[in-house]
Design a protein around this ligand. Structure first.
Ligand code: ARG
Ligand code: ZN
Length: 422
């Protein structure tokens, strides 16, 4: 029967089209473990010579024997990168097989899908949506949430902080939280929004947040690096730095967390504008870091507690990162971090490392936490949220809730301790 033959032929063609689609190459993330110095050098070369993005460590300089390297490999360099690794018998495993599909999932706005069960806070939001959210928040809670313009970004976008203030007790102390200093760490801004929602919704109901807000005002900067954040939505999901243009190089952006005045640009940062850890031209050369530093300088008498929210790797770090020396109140900080991490373990069954930055990960000068600490904010933390590399910067929306609740638990635990101590 010619009709049946025709149908079969069409089916055959369709099946093969589908096969072709399935074998389409994808962006991937590889976990590579070099075993010898020679392999270390090869991995360093791969990460700089191909169109790849290092996820971990932050710069090729830190690649060491027996340490896992997480490398984002775009579809078009996949074959050559894997070929090179295999040729040199370097072991690797594929962490993410279809990173491109995860990226698409992260920007999909499922708010219009009536079957979707996730709330606004369980999705990632564009910069524009976050600005709208800030506006709505201050309008909906005019007595508790105030808008503060602390400065503007290199590309002249406003840097808005929210001040949550629940009563007018005199001489109230304060805590500061900034999110999104690094553009690609999307879970960080999501946490800032999560925290504000929790505070506004549960004040007077949840004992801990009530106690905290009765004793402290909270300043929250949801997106410290708006230019970079926008860029990760429009152009390059893996962008880390801000978007300032250098007059000596074609490379764009400085690492805002290497741009503060704390042993600025010593070992662990780079003067090379093309590096992911470029420290900028001079301390506070970048408008974003300068705005935060100016604000904290003018509020240092009230601000007692500082948090900077990052991802990924699940770590709760405190000063110093810019030197191997111990902070003067190291024992206090260690104890507070330990308690916070133990609560996360108890409530959420998830492990976080904790300790002084330089000894827990690497020397990294010019960070906001060390700078704030030296300014006199004696409780200063950098929080690296989920995960440990399974999804890395591409943490899917369904994981936002747990990641944020873990961080919230730790932030509250530490804030309560600070209130007790002061
Ligand atoms: N991953 C963060 C970074 O590289 C860690 C920051 C720790 N603190 C610091 N001051 N370096 O920026
Ligand atoms: Zn970061």
């Amino acid at each position: 029967d010619p009709d049946i033959m025709k149908t079969l032929w069409i089916l055959f063609v369709l099946l093969n089209l589908d096969k072709g689609y399935c074998t389409k190459t994808h962006d991937q993330v590889l976990s590579i473990t070099p075993k010898t110095q020679e392999q270390v050098d090869i991995v360093k070369n791969v990460s700089t010579q191909f169109e790849t993005v290092l996820w971990q460590p932050v710069s090729p300089h830190f690649i060491k024997e027996e340490n896992q390297v997480h490398l984002f490999v775009p579809a078009n360099s996949s074959t050559s990168v894997k070929g090179l690794l295999e040729k040199n018998t370097i072991t690797y495993e594929v962490l993410l097989t279809k990173a491109d599909e995860l990226m698409a999932m992260q920007t999909r706005d499922n708010s219009t899908d009536p079957r979707s069960s996730s709330s606004f806070y369980e999705r990632y939001h564009s910069l524009e949506d976050i600005y709208d959210w800030i506006n709505r928040t201050i309008q909906d809670s005019p007595n508790t949430a105030n808008l503060i313009l602390i400065g503007s970004s290199y590309e002249k976008r406003p840097l808005y902080a929210l001040k949550l203030s629940l009563n007018n007790r005199p001489n109230k102390k304060a805590m500061w939280i900034d999110c999104g200093i690094h553009a690609r760490e999307w879970i960080a801004p999501a946490f800032c929004l999560w925290f504000v929602r929790h505070a506004l919704l549960h004040y007077g109901k949840n004992q801990d947040i009530t106690n905290i807000l009765d004793n402290m005002d909270v300043y929250i900067l949801p997106v410290m690096n708006p230019d970079g954040y926008l860029y990760t939505w429009t152009t390059d999901r893996m962008w880390r730095k801000n978007r300032s243009i250098s007059n000596s190089s074609i490379c764009v952006g400085a690492d805002l967390n290497r741009n503060f005045d704390a042993n600025w640009c010593t070992v662990g940062a780079s003067h090379d504008p093309c590096s992911e850890i470029y420290c900028g031209e001079f301390p506070e050369s970048e408008p974003e870091s300068q705005a935060v530093a100016d604000f904290l300088r003018s509020h240092k008498d009230s601000v007692q507690l500082y948090f900077s929210i990052h991802s990924y790797s699940q770590m709760l770090l405190f000063p110093y990162s810019c030197t191997l020396d111990e902070a003067e109140n190291h024992k206090d900080l260690l104890e507070m971090a330990k308690e916070a991490v133990e609560k996360i373990q108890r409530y959420y069954r998830n492990n976080y490392k904790y300790g002084a930055g330089a000894r827990t990960i690497y020397l990294a000068p010019g960070g906001s936490d060390d700078w704030a600490y030296n300014l006199g904010i004696k409780y200063s933390f950098t929080f690296e949220l989920q995960d440990r590399g399974q999804y890395g910067f591409l943490l899917p929306p369904f994981r936002i809730s747990k990641a944020c609740n873990e961080a919230l638990t730790a932030v509250k635990s530490i804030a309560l301790r600070v209130i007790e101590k002061t």
